[in-house]
Design a protein. Structure first.
Length: 207
């Protein structure tokens, strides 16, 4: 039987680094929304973080092309890498809407979603840390459940926010702007859940 080398286990380290980058992007987004000044500079910082995420994914895919034996299925490595990158992509897309749409102030519901993104990305990072020792880890299932719970909480906030938007806001342009921003915020949390679901499938394969 072929054995997985330490070199090929570097995939797990790359996953952690990519997740840490998503955490950084989430923290920058939350700071932007809670302290809404110097918007262009803060959006630029998030954009640079997204570029760093792209580099991390490129490293993973390069390593995948070089590796004959991998610690988990090649398809799962590819999926995890791309979904981790999609978290940061959604965060960057959200940030750009603030400058593109000339947003003047941030509703509390949007701030709540940003906070949940920060918490959820940290849970995703912890999940990546545990993945390397999936056969021994007692925390993986807890992390997956918590990420799913956070996504459900976000769904409740999202629905309430959009309902309020259409009931109260009289300016149709504001409705269009904020509906799109809420969609991107929710998507970031959906992708965190997607990562958790992929990991759950990986763990089941290797149980």
């Amino acid at each position: 039987m072929f054995r997985v080398s330490q070199r090929d286990e570097i995939f797990f380290d790359y996953f952690v680094a990519t997740a840490e980058n998503a955490c950084k992007a989430a923290e920058l987004l939350e700071e932007l929304m809670n302290n809404y000044v110097n918007v262009q500079d803060k959006v630029k910082a998030i954009e640079e973080t997204e570029h760093e995420g792209d580099k991390q994914v490129h490293k993973i895919l390069q390593q995948l092309n070089r590796s004959f034996i991998t610690p988990i299925d090649r398809e799962d490595i590819n999926l995890i890498a791309k979904e981790l990158d999609n978290i940061t992509d959604s965060i960057e897309s959200t940030a750009h809407r603030f400058s593109m749409f000339n947003v003047q102030s941030i509703p509390e519901d949007a701030k709540k979603l940003a906070k949940l993104i920060t918490i959820s990305t940290k849970e995703v990072k912890d999940l990546m840390v545990e993945l390397k020792n999936m056969k021994k880890s007692k925390k993986i299932s807890e992390k997956i459940i918590e990420i799913n719970r956070l996504e459900n909480e976000a769904d409740d906030i999202f629905r309430a926010a959009v309902t309020k938007l259409f009931l109260i806001e009289k300016d149709c342009f504001e409705v269009i702007k904020w509906k799109e921003i809420y969609d991107f915020l929710e998507n970031a949390l959906d992708v965190c859940e997607d990562v958790a679901n992929i990991v759950e499938g990986v763990v089941m394969k290797h149980a």
